[in-house]
Design a protein around this ligand. Structure first.
Ligand code: AMP
Ligand code: ZN
Length: 489
């Protein structure tokens, strides 16, 4: 299997660090609003990468964070008169709902930056000890970029070239040694208004102030981490020092991922990630999506007009590295394409339910073997740097073949096998061909009971996994004083 690696700018044969296993980290969204359809692109394409890796037998440890401490979250909290924690909690829940509607599988772990501060303090301390970071008088800690000899290896930039075409980014009062040094830890802003202080949760959540900025104690100052250190630490915590695939949108190559490499490799002393994958940007009517241009859509808004499976199908019709243009006409075309596949699947289901012959009839096994060619074509497309556009073309070919080669006289075994092939391929892409089965209330209640038991046994990982599984089926749990309540989202 070949993966295009941003590091080498080439398609490379994929060889995992540990046989049969893949450690994968995908940079997740900053949670201060509903996610937009641009954010949905990495979620959908890398979920599809994961699904394919699992399909061919890998055990994938898939980690995707939520950035829940950030200026934009704090700004929103100030506007609302709430806390950063309230804002981020709310939009994490909304994001998980959108992910479920797009059939994006929950990650193995979704770490929150605010719960990993201890690890960040540790990594920053290591960087200081090794001479890769320094503290200035107000307690800000900077990374000493020029000390990391490989800086620029991912973005293929050279610091001296960058400097030539570059205005000074130093601001007054800045004590940086060099323009390219970036923040690892920064002090909280001055002014000590009203603190909402929970002693017990202090080390987990930080001290939260209404309408203000969360902060944590550190050896350097009360403050909070820079954005880049968060991902280095969360990847290390859940996947180890060396990972197979690190992914995100192409805007993250520089400086975010370049800085992650500088931090992780200097602190851990080993190569951070073997393969770096980046998705191209999504534009609207050939323009950059932006609030000021009035062409900004949240996933929720698109979900009001379309089944979000259509959005997923639309995204996968392009190669993940190509820029993708979103427009009403292209969404209509995607809707029709998906409908063609769904109709073929429901026709096959009808034929299977009404077939007279159970077992294969003469010649059907040969026909099935022919249909398998499309499955091979699908796999070949996916093995070539996850070319989902070509993979979908082979699904259409299979649909055409099934429409022409199965009818009321076919055996159940044959049409069922065709249907299974079609469903398997769609499932690898996360495309649901049948209308969603509603969960029975009794099943939901049984799962809630199991979750309560897990909590009693202090098996919180299991309890969370059950909650996420229900969420993926559109069931939202609410823990109230009277017990656990559930509703369909
Ligand atoms: P952010 O919340 O801005 O950190 O973005 C979360 C993820 O969405 C990152 O991987 C970004 O690269 C990606 N992303 C943001 N905007 C777009 C876009 N218009 N097209 C594709 N990916 C995007
Ligand atoms: Zn990141």
């Amino acid at each position: 299997m070949k993966i295009y690696n941003t590091l080498s700018k080439k398609k490379e044969e994929f060889v995992p660090i540990e046989e049969g296993k893949v450690r994968m980290y995908v940079c997740g969204p900053t949670v201060y609003n509903y996610i937009h359809i641009g954010n949905a692109r990495p979620m959908i394409v890398f979920d599809t990468v994961r699904r394919y890796l699992e399909f061919i037998g890998y055990d994938v440890n898939y980690v995707s964070n939520f950035t829940d401490v950030d200026d934009k979250i704090i700004k929103k909290a100030i506007e609302e008169g709430s806390t950063a924690e309230e804002v981020s909690k709310r939009y994490i829940a909304e994001c998980k709902k959108d992910m479920a509607d797009m059939n994006v599988m929950p990650a193995t772990t979704h770490p929150l930056a605010t719960e990993e501060i201890g690890g960040m303090i540790q990594m920053i301390s290591t960087l200081i000890e090794k001479g890769y970071a320094y503290v200035v008088s107000d307690g800000t800690v900077y990374y000493r970029t020029r000390k990391f000899a490989d800086y620029g290896k991912l973005s293929h930039k050279n610091l001296d070239d960058l400097e030539a075409g570059h205005r000074s980014i130093k601001v007054v009062g800045d004590e940086k040694e060099d323009d390219f040094d970036f923040v690892l830890w920064k002090p909280k802003k001055d002014g000590e208004p009203y603190w909402l202080y929970f002693p017990l949760t202090r080390f987990v959540l930080g001290k939260q102030k209404r309408g203000g900025e969360p902060y944590w104690e550190s050896p350097w100052c009360d403050g909070r981490p820079g954005w880049h250190i968060e991902c280095s630490v969360m990847a290390k915590h859940y996947l180890g020092d060396e990972i197979d695939i690190h992914a995100g949108g192409e805007d993250l190559i520089f400086p975010h991922h370049e800085n992650e490499i500088a931090q992780s490799e200097a602190a851990n002393g080993v190569e951070f990630s073997k393969y770096w994958m980046h998705n191209g940007f999504l534009n609207i009517d050939n323009k950059k999506m932006s609030k000021s241009l009035g062409n900004f859509f949240t996933v929720r808004e698109i979900g009001e007009k379309y089944d979000l499976q259509v959005l997923r199908f639309f995204m996968l019709q392009a190669h993940y590295r190509s820029p993708l243009n979103f427009s009403a006409e292209l969404m209509e075309a995607a809707k029709n394409g998906l409908e063609r596949i769904r109709t073929a699947a429901s026709n096959l289901q009808f034929l299977a339910d009404h077939a007279e012959a159970e077992a294969f009839l003469d010649g059907e096994e040969a026909k099935l073997a022919e249909a398998k060619n499309y499955v091979d074509k699908f796999k070949a497309a996916m093995e070539d740097d996850f070319n989902t556009a070509d993979a979908i073309s082979s699904i259409f070919e299979l649909v055409k073949y099934a429409n022409q080669n199965a009818d009321g006289s076919s055996s159940k075994a044959y049409v069922q096998a065709l249907l299974d092939e079609l469903k398997t391929l769609c499932d690898v892409l996360g495309i649901i061909v049948e209308t969603k089965e509603e969960m029975l209330d009794s099943d939901i209640e049984a799962m809630i009971e199991e979750r309560q038991q897990a909590r009693k046994n202090r098996d919180f990982a299991r309890a969370d996994a059950i909650r996420d599984k229900l969420l993926a089926k559109g069931i939202v749990l609410e823990d109230t004083r009277e017990g656990v309540k559930w509703k369909k989202a």
